[in-house]
Design a protein around this ligand. Structure first.
Ligand SMILES: [Zn+2]
Length: 298
């Protein structure tokens, strides 16, 4: 049997469990989109899916260990708080190790993306890289002078929960006006779905097709989304001045539509303290696979 590592990317809308070979390539993957109904009580559904997928993989591969990247604050395998998964103080490591009999390592998903992506040749020239994952919420991590920055007890880097609007929309964290209520890809998709009268469970490829054929009806939504996204990112640029910004998560699937307008907004509006002609923003090279590969490298 081939020896592999298992990487899991667990988000608020989607879970992927992949067998990753020793060169870092995903050789087999099980994925699931959570339905609106399942999201109400996501934890048992997610655990059942992850355990079943691992059991399938066990029949074909020798599994060295399991890495899990998930949204939220993780400390020694404990999920202290994950607002978009609705989990608080849950010993995920213990639960998964008990159910699979394998060693499990857990880390914040945006940090997993940074670990995976920073290996690419593409990012070698950059010492300071800001990573953002735009999905159900907004995750973040920062490579400073070539090293992943980490908190001590709390993870920090909760960029998604910086307030960009006073008395704005209520966030699942309990605060109002958080960046992720405006800049996550879920925020964008929700507005589009409501405008075009679609089901909230519409599969991604179908939604993208609808968007491409209805651009005229949603231009204002795109514009508003880009403006809010640019406000949040400009705050981070003004604080950190990264050499490069990498955006992953579900955003990677909409980059053809959103990336250029975002760059243009950042450069041409008066949001950046240090004005410039261009800004280096890339889409995560591994796209949505970065989470799985990064988790397998833990
Ligand atoms: Zn929040």
């Amino acid at each position: 049997m081939e020896r592999v590592k298992v990487g899991i990317d667990l988000g608020g809308s989607h879970v992927a469990v992949g067998a990753v070979d020793l060169d870092g390539n995903i050789i087999e993957q099980y994925e699931k989109d959570f339905t609106v109904k399942e999201k109400v009580n996501l934890l048992p559904v997610a655990i059942e899916f992850m355990v079943e997928a691992i059991e399938h993989l066990k029949t074909k591969y020798e599994i060295a260990k399991v890495g899990l990247g998930m949204a939220g604050t993780i400390s020694n395998g404990m999920v202290l708080k994950s607002v978009n998964l609705g989990i608080e103080n849950f010993d995920m490591k213990k639960e998964l190790e008990m159910k699979t009999g394998l060693q499990v390592v857990i880390k914040n998903d945006a940090k997993c993306v940074a670990i995976a992506e920073y290996q690419s040749e593409d990012l070698k020239p950059y010492q300071n890289v800001l990573f953002l994952t735009l999905g159900t919420g907004i995750g973040g991590s920062y490579i400073y002078q070539g090293k992943l920055m980490e908190g001590t007890v709390f993870e920090g880097f909760e960029f998604g929960h910086m307030v960009i609007k006073e008395n704005g929309l209520l966030c699942r964290c309990g605060k109002k006006g958080c960046f992720e209520k405006y800049g996550s890809i879920l925020a964008f998709k929700t507005k589009v779905i409501e405008r075009l009268n679609l089901s909230h469970d519409i599969p991604g490829p179908e939604l993208r097709k609808k968007i491409d054929t209805s651009k005229a009806f949603i231009e204002d939504i795109i514009e508003g989304y880009i403006r809010d996204l640019a406000i949040g990112i400009s705050n981070l640029v003004n604080i950190l001045e990264p050499d490069c910004i990498v955006i992953g998560g579900g955003f990677a699937r909409y980059d053809y539509l959103l990336l250029e307008p975002l760059k243009e907004k950042l450069v041409n509006s008066k949001l950046l303290f240090n004005t410039r002609d261009d800004i280096m923003i890339k889409t995560a090279k591994m796209g949505n696979d970065a989470g799985v590969v990064g988790a397998s490298l833990l």
